[in-house]
Design a protein around this ligand. Sequence first.
Ligand SMILES: NC(=O)c1ccc[n+]([C@@H]2O[C@H](COP(=O)([O-])OP(=O)(O)OC[C@H]3O[C@@H](n4cnc5c(N)ncnc54)[C@H](OP(=O)(O)O)[C@@H]3O)[C@@H](O)[C@H]2O)c1
Length: 215
Amino acid sequence: MSNHVLIVGASRGIGLGLAKEFKERGWEVTGTERSKSDELHALEGVSVQTLDVTDPSTFDVEGEFDAVIVNAGITGAKHQSSEQATAEEVAEVMMTNAFGPVHLGKKLLPQIKDGGSLSFMSSLMGSIEDSSGGYELYRTSKTAQNMLAKGIAEQDAAGRDLAVLSLHPGWVQTDMGGPNAHITVAESARGLADVVEKAQPGYAYVDYTGKALPF
Ligand SMILES: NC(=O)c1ccc[n+]([C@@H]2O[C@H](COP(=O)([O-])OP(=O)(O)OC[C@H]3O[C@@H](n4cnc5c(N)ncnc54)[C@H](OP(=O)(O)O)[C@@H]3O)[C@@H](O)[C@H]2O)c1
């Protein structure tokens, strides 16, 4: 039987690229969409479910998985400024990029097979060592996600043969990354799939080439 991957947030961008890449590698693929994605539905053999990472009532996903990748994410309010941010804007970006994905990841742990992996799409912008400025709403949400993901590895998944990964996909040409980004979706997805396939038990914060990133 082939390996089974669940990709959360597979409607477009990197998530859609990952669905295509894992399908090409012979994996069984389940992809989730928040809003309807014709491109995802067009991928033959891929199962599609509706899921919103900010709404736990949508978290019931059928199946057992070798790999779960929680890819969904947003940039957050356009101004990105800690001085301008409203409580609603902070809540939106934190729920979408950190607390929602981690809540979902914890719920899915029993559905991940031993030897499998749980990955969260993070960003180098979440690295405190790389505090290069700007994108204050976005980067703090990814820092929070990293903290919570490491906690899953050390507490919730402790004693299990499971890899927990915080992934940086590179700067990727998507709606979020923009047209000037360094790499294509296909390049990023290829690298990320390699990283997921080679994942070792425990926690790692790595980019799409497998390079370890500083916290
Ligand atoms: N592109 C980059 O250069 C870059 C760099 C570092 C990290 N990342 C991270 O990589 C991930 C994917 O980014 P991308 O560039 O592919 O972005 P994108 O093209 O904007 O796609 C974002 C994806 O997340 C989904 N999503 C957003 N909010 C959601 C929610 N509440 N529930 C479920 N799905 C939701 C979107 O679904 P809808 O179609 O319904 O909106 C879409 O599938 C994100 O976590 C992002 O932070 C990207």
